[in-house]
Every structure is written in structure tokens, then in C-alpha cells.
Design a protein around this ligand. Structure first.
Ligand code: FES
Length: 132
């Protein structure tokens, strides 16, 4: 086994896990999306609201039925996505999230995929609602 094991969450991850700043659900969101993780069965939900000009993400929140790494990763994702245009937010990957967190244990890397996937699904939801 490598040095990174189940107990090797760094301080940044622990802080976001224990005191996430972006947990919750937005009232009257512009977009909502979710993603499930086939490996563990956990689910992530993202909701966001755009600014008045409808160009940038003004507020973004997450809810998860997932582990500590998923909570920390989603909280980091929300920070990364805030104030981004939707086209920039679409480019956010789990690698960006892992980098922002200063790393995750290898066995928890899959948990970071949920947030980015749910965000992309929420953006699709918004774009789909505009076409109607
Ligand atoms: S173990 Fe399911 S999201 Fe982390």
C-alpha cells in the first residue's frame, strides 16, 4: 500500500469536510443537476443561480449523500465555479477540484468526479430550459 491511505485527508480537505461553506439547496435555481457514483452508490446534487445578466454563476450549492471526500470536493467545486461564466464552468474537471484541495487519497479520487458531473448536468438543465 502507498503512503496515502484511508486516513490521509490533508488539512484543506478536513476543513471543507467539517465546515463546508456551500452546503444546501438554492431557492428558485436557474439550474439543478445530479450525478450518482456507480462505485459506491452515492449521489450529488448541485443547484445554481446566475447573476442578473444571466452570464455568470452568482450562487452555487451542493447536497450530497456521499462521503467526507465528496463533501470536501463539492465544496471546493462550488468555490471554483462561483463567478465563472457557464462556458468556463463547463471546463471544470475533477482534476481542478483535486488540485484545489491539495490532493485526495487515491482510494477517494473517484469521489471528486461527482461534483463536476452534477455541475455539468445542472448547466445542461439550464440550457435545456432556455430552449423551451
Ligand atoms: S465513497 Fe461515495 S462519494 Fe466517496
Amino acid at each position: 500500500m502507498t503512503e496515502q491511505n484511508f486516513n490521509s485527508y490533508n488539512d484543506k480537505v478536513m476543513k471543507r469536510f467539517l465546515k463546508p461553506k456551500n452546503f444546501g439547496k438554492i431557492k428558485n435555481p436557474d439550474g439543478t443537476g445530479s450525478m450518482g457514483n456507480q462505485k459506491c452508490g452515492d449521489i450529488m446534487e448541485i443547484s445554481f443561480k446566475l447573476g442578473k445578466d444571466k452570464k455568470k454563476i452568482k450562487e452555487i450549492r451542493f447536497q450530497t449523500w456521499g462521503c467526507g471526500a465528496a463533501i470536501a470536493a463539492s465544496d471546493a467545486l462550488c468555490e471554483i465555479a462561483k463567478a465563472k461564466t457557464l462556458s468556463d464552468a463547463k471546463k471544470i474537471t475533477n482534476k481542478d477540484i483535486i488540485e484545489n484541495l491539495g490532493g485526495l487519497p487515491n482510494v477517494k479520487l473517484h469521489c471528486s468526479v461527482l461534483g463536476a458531473g452534477a455541475l455539468h448536468s445542472a448547466i445542461k438543465n439550464y440550457e435545456g430550459s432556455k430552449k423551451k
